[in-house]
Write a protein that binds this ligand. Structure first.
Ligand SMILES: [Zn+2]
Ligand SMILES: [Zn+2]
Length: 462
């Protein structure tokens, strides 16, 4: 899949807008051509020169700081005829441009193959809901997703929800735009609400859409790129949240259809993560199982455990590049650590089970270290940086006091991820890790999942 990147200049709005509003839309914020006053907050505070690298300047990267550089945007140069098709669409040029050039780039592994950037304009032209959802995410991202959204972000989110309701009723066949809108709404909702929220309504809404897409498609059309794109996004989301859903809750999952579709589509390349779709589904299932035996240790099922373990070990693909090879191995090892740790935890709560042996502990630590090693072999400048926070928390929590070097690297890595996607959950994961490491060092190790649930936190680490 290749999408040309195009630049475009001021927005043409032939509309009923009054002249003054129109003027606002026409004028883009002017910025000096050569001299820049942008530099990151940290460098400005120290009054040192900043190289303005986005998402992290060199100085912050060297010092393991969170970098808040303000990304420089290009000047738009080519007209966008599509906007004039939508007279009532309220385009906010700066927010839209910020999305196209910066925010959307954090969501894929290759900026040249990014359906969420310029190619999305085609869908935006059809769907005001999607436009407002995008503008809401941009407005929040600019402000580092503050606990109380900026007014602009809230306004955009409100408009997106109102438009989505209308569009779902009116437009029968636009599952892709509906799906993307729901995801973006979930992102802003989760990012700026309290840590108890993982956006269950949005996840379940997305599930319902995926279920109906998979029900509709026949064998021959499962190669539909739109279905693949949505299913892939969903699989990633499911991996990050399956253990957050209360197992007593009706899950509205159609796992059979889902596994059939994933199986039929094989190792297709997804712009977010490449060729690891099947692995994502396995890890999502591991997460569901782990949460279930965490809450009800008596429900342990050794056959299911053995099957999940075998699936994790047997999964194979040829990674598109070495960075992704490391990411996939980190995912696989994270799945194993999650499974082994949950089993050990459930055994503790169940008097009939034999005690957790030292050998088990050694094995868990070994896989946890492997997970972290693989992630650290990926340079912080890699586009796959954004997909690392969950294994960093889960495997990182197993690191012992003697691993202080690795612990430091995990800290730096989570801060780097935060500089990139600005989602507060990364800093909360860091806080969880500090608590878990303290507990471990004082002889009271605790399972990260138990610890988060005890705090009543439901962090969505995407
Ligand atoms: Zn700087
Ligand atoms: Zn910086």
């Amino acid at each position: 899949m290749y999408f040309p990147r195009l630049l475009f200049k001021q927005v043409m709005v032939k509309s009923s807008l009054n002249p003054s509003t129109q003027q606002e839309h026409m004028s883009l914020p002017r910025r000096p051509q050569n001299k820049s006053k942008l530099g990151c907050r940290e460098c400005k505070a120290k009054r040192v020169k900043c190289d303005e690298a986005y998402p992290m300047c060199k100085r912050c990267q060297r010092q393991g700081l969170v970098c808040s550089s303000a990304p420089r945007l290009t000047r738009w140069q080519v007209e966008t005829p599509w906007l004039s098709l939508q007279p009532k669409t309220h385009v906010h040029p700066r927010l839209l441009q910020y999305w196209l050039e910066k925010v959307s780039q954090a969501s894929v592994i290759d900026p040249e193959d990014n359906p969420f950037s310029f190619p999305i304009l085609e869908h935006v032209a059809q769907s005001p809901a999607l436009l407002h959802a995008i503008q809401s995410v941009s407005a929040s991202h600019e402000q580092f997703f503050p606990a109380k959204s900026p007014i602009l972000a809230l306004e955009e989110r409100g408009k997106a929800i109102a438009c989505l309701r209308r569009e779902i009723n009116q437009v029968q066949r636009a599952p892709y735009t509906h799906f993307l809108t729901i995801i973006l709404l979930a992102l802003t909702h989760v990012a700026d609400s309290d840590p108890k929220e993982y956006g269950k309504q949005h996840l379940f809404g997305a599930r319902a859409l995926i279920n109906s897409m998979l029900r509709d498609i026949s064998m021959s059309t499962s190669n539909d790129p739109v279905v693949r794109l949505c299913l892939g996004i969903y699989l990633y989301w499911d991996m990050c949240s399956s253990f957050l859903v209360d197992p007593c809750e009706p899950q509205c999952l159609n796992l059979l259809n889902m596994s059939l579709a994933v199986h039929r589509m094989g190792d297709w390349h997804h712009p977010m993560y490449g060729t690891c779709s099947r692995l994502l589904l396995i890890i999502a299932n591991v997460g569901r199982y782990c949460r279930q035996i965490h809450d009800m240790p008596q429900n342990r099922n050794p056959t299911q455990e053995a099957m999940l373990e075998a699936q994790l070990r047997a999964w194979m693909t040829s990674p598109p590049n070495p960075d992704l090879g490391h990411l996939y191995e980190a995912f696989r090892n994270h799945g194993l650590v999650f499974l082994y740790r949950s089993r050990a935890h459930a055994q503790r709560g169940c008097p009939t089970d034999p005690d957790v042996t030292e050998a088990q502990e050694t094995l868990i630590l070994q896989y946890a270290e492997e997970t972290v090693h693989h992630l650290l072999l990926i340079p912080a400048s890699s586009y796959s940086l954004n997909f690392q926070s969950l294994p960093l928390l889960a495997a990182g929590s197993e690191l012992t006091e003697s691993n202080h070097f690795l612990r430091d690297e995990v800290r730096d890595r989570l801060r780097a991820i935060y500089s990139l996607n600005r989602l507060p959950a990364n800093l909360m994961a860091l806080q969880l890790l500090e608590e878990l490491w303290d507990a471990r060092d004082s002889g009271n190790p605790s399972f990260w999942l138990s610890h988060t649930l005890q705090k009543d936190w439901r962090l969505l680490l995407t």
